[in-house]
Design a protein around this ligand. Structure first.
Ligand SMILES: C[S@@+](CC[C@H](N)C(=O)[O-])C[C@H]1O[C@@H](n2cnc3c(N)ncnc32)[C@H](O)[C@@H]1O
Length: 260
């Protein structure tokens, strides 16, 4: 069935999201442009949408994944560095946090806020050596990455054996009433508040895009399957109100045997 024939809420959202990427080959460029245009509003909009709990929640998930001092963490799709900032707090002076993102404007803000190494690159082609990281993280970006399998393969390559991948994402709750409530907040109220607070329609457009991607995105069981298929083990997903999900997976500890 094509998106045009699918009249469910998810089908309509998928059709709208597909319209953003009319040319799939240009998706990365479009993504970069979208975040470049709205970078200056990102932190404010994030504060609104998380009702001020974003930093706490990111830190909570990092702790649950076992992040502690002295560890090396690569934050893929780091944006303005909201997760990286919490990682820096937990890894301390002896640790290392590296941020990677495709948008130079988002990275410029991360650069101003955090003194960490930042690299402009795509999640699907990380310019990092094999096995350098104890942790890789990707928060609120799964929905934007065009080729999740390749991105996970790159994350796995960058991890040391036994290393941990932590993903944070939101998806539309399955319960209709809850979904309608969340939709009125994230899809209706927040885009308008964002425009009011920033006096810029681009902030509203960014939040409307976010809601459409949330509505159309793959459910947690599919994300877990892709993690497993990408070679992660002991994969788990912890969910809150069927909206916030954090996923943890590990690169196998045993060195892989070379083919005979
Ligand atoms: C919603 S922001 C999330 C930022 C941050 N992780 C956080 O927790 O706030 C998504 C980020 O992913 C980046 N991005 C999207 N697709 C990407 C890709 N394929 N490779 C690298 N960065 C990408 C965007 O530029 C944007 O900065």
């Amino acid at each position: 069935m094509s998106n045009a024939d699918d009249h469910t809420e998810e089908g309509r959202a998928q059709a709208r999201v597909a319209a953003y990427y009319a040319d799939p080959a240009r998706r990365l460029t479009l993504m970069r442009d979208l975040f470049n245009r709205s970078a200056r509003y990102y932190d404010l909009v994030n504060l609104l949408v998380s009702l001020g709990s974003g930093a706490w929640y990111r830190r909570f998930c990092l702790r649950r994944a076992g992040l502690g001092s002295g560890k090396t963490l690569v934050d893929i799709c780091t944006g303005t560095g909201l997760l990286a900032r919490e990682a820096v707090r937990l890894t301390g002076k002896t640790g290392l946090v590296i941020g990677v993102d495709v948008s130079e404007a988002m990275l410029a803000i991360a650069q101003r806020n955090l003194g960490i190494p930042l690299i402009q690159a795509s999640a699907e082609a990380l310019p990092l050596a094999d096995g350098i990281a104890d942790f890789v993280t990707m928060s609120y970006a799964l929905r934007h990455v065009a080729d999740l399998q390749t991105a996970f393969a790159e994350a796995r390559r960058t991890l040391r054996p036994g290393g941990t991948m932590l993903l944070l994402e939101v998806s539309a709750p399955r319960n209709r009433i809850l979904r309608a409530l969340v939709g009125s907040f994230i899809g209706f109220l927040i885009p308008r508040l964002s425009q009011l607070a920033t006096r810029d329609a681009r902030a509203r457009a960014l939040m409307q895009y976010h809601w459409q991607t949330i509505l159309s995105y793959m459910p947690p069981d599919v994300v877990l399957r892709v993690m497993r298929e990408s070679g992660f083990e002991s994969v788990t997903c912890t969910s809150y109100i069927d909206l916030f999900h954090y996923y943890i997976g590990h690169k196998p500890s045993e060195p892989e045997c070379p083919p005979p």
